[in-house]
Design a protein around this ligand. Structure first.
Ligand code: CP
Length: 313
């Protein structure tokens, strides 16, 4: 897909690979402006008259909710397609035809789809911007961006970080997007911690190394717990594997309150959510925990900024 190169207008956003540091800066600056404004009770009308189709072939709570919230916070309209059971997809309609329908009714499409690469296919078929809201085991760029925004906001830097990414790294699309984003900043070390059945895909490892990050692996969270700046937990993607494999992989890595308390004082505990047992509930009140409040809320501001930038010069 086309690099953003300082100009988001009318571009589809399929992968974090499209972003340079300067593009991220533009996005984060606007997201921070919206965050400040909304927190002060401001009302925005930047996208008055524009319509977003949220076309979600897979379940979602946060991503669809924050995309729809973002569009309405900017004064825009929404066509929410939350699940395809009541659409003509069940009659056999192909993806590109579905895209064609919704681009006739709206100005931007956010798509979530079970197949990696589907967002790119949709983007190539569309004359309006398409935003990847998670494509199977591929990427989840807006999640990676909100994660990075949260890291910058809380630690005041995106470089010189030690970040452990934990869980089902083969299938976890948020892990792919965040790892690639972290790797474009200098002096960052990524620790990949996964069950042996589900390592970080070679193509992602290749990209993050090429970008300049140091890549290490560890067998347990405890190995790195006291030295890392960010602990990014992810769930095992049950829906992408056989039940038998899931049973072996689930509960491979669990962060407890006691472990969380042993982390560096100014470190962060993150999770894209939903969690299914990887973080025990006694971690929630730890000041390092970012997943319930900060990441979630930042997701809306990042999506507001992205919608605004792709829809208006
Ligand atoms: N983080 C995330 O993508 O959550 P949802 O699946 O609920 O959208």
């Amino acid at each position: 897909m086309k690099k953003i190169n300082g100009d988001f207008f009318n571009k589809s956003i399929v992968s974090v690979d499209q972003f340079s540091k300067a593009d991220i800066e533009i996005l984060f600056e606007l997201a921070a402006e919206y965050k400040k404004g909304i927190s002060n009770g401001m009302v925005f009308n930047d996208l008055n008259g524009k319509i977003l189709t949220a076309l979600f072939y897979e379940p979602s709570s946060r991503t669809i909710g924050s995309f729809l919230g973002a569009m309405q916070r900017l004064g825009g309209g929404i066509i929410p397609i939350h699940g395809i059971l009541n659409t003509s997809v069940v009659k056999g309609e192909i993806l590109t035809d579905t895209i064609n329908i919704f681009q006739s009714y709206s100005d931007v499409i956010a798509i979530r789809h079970p197949e990696a690469g589907a967002a790119e296919i949709a983007a190539k078929a569309a004359y309006i911007p398409v935003i990847n809201a998670g494509d199977g085991t591929g990427e989840h760029p807006t999640q990676g961006l909100l994660d990075l925004f949260t890291i910058l906001e809380k630690l005041q830097r995106t470089n010189n970080l030690k970040v452990a990414i934990v869980g089902d790294l083969k299938y976890g699309r948020t892990a792919h997007s965040l790892s690639k984003l972290i790797s474009i900043y200098p002096k960052n070390t990524l620790y990949f911690i996964s069950p042996p059945q589900s390592p970080m895909p070679d193509e992602v490892v290749k990209i993050v190394k090429k970008n300049g990050a140091v890549v290490k692996t560890a067998k347990s969270i405890e190995e790195v717990l006291k030295t890392i700046d960010v602990l990014y937990m992810t769930r095992v993607q049950k829906e992408r594997m056989e039940e038998e494999v899931y049973e072996k992989m689930k509960n491979s890595f669990i962060l407890t309150g006691k472990m969380a308390r042993a982390m560096k004082k100014d470190s962060l505990i993150m999770h894209p959510l939903p969690r299914v047992g990887e973080i025990t509930m006694d971690v929630d009140s730890n000041p390092r925990a970012m997943y319930l409040k900060h990441q979630m809320r930042n997701g809306m501001f990042i999506r507001m900024a992205l919608l605004r930038l792709v829809l208006k010069k």
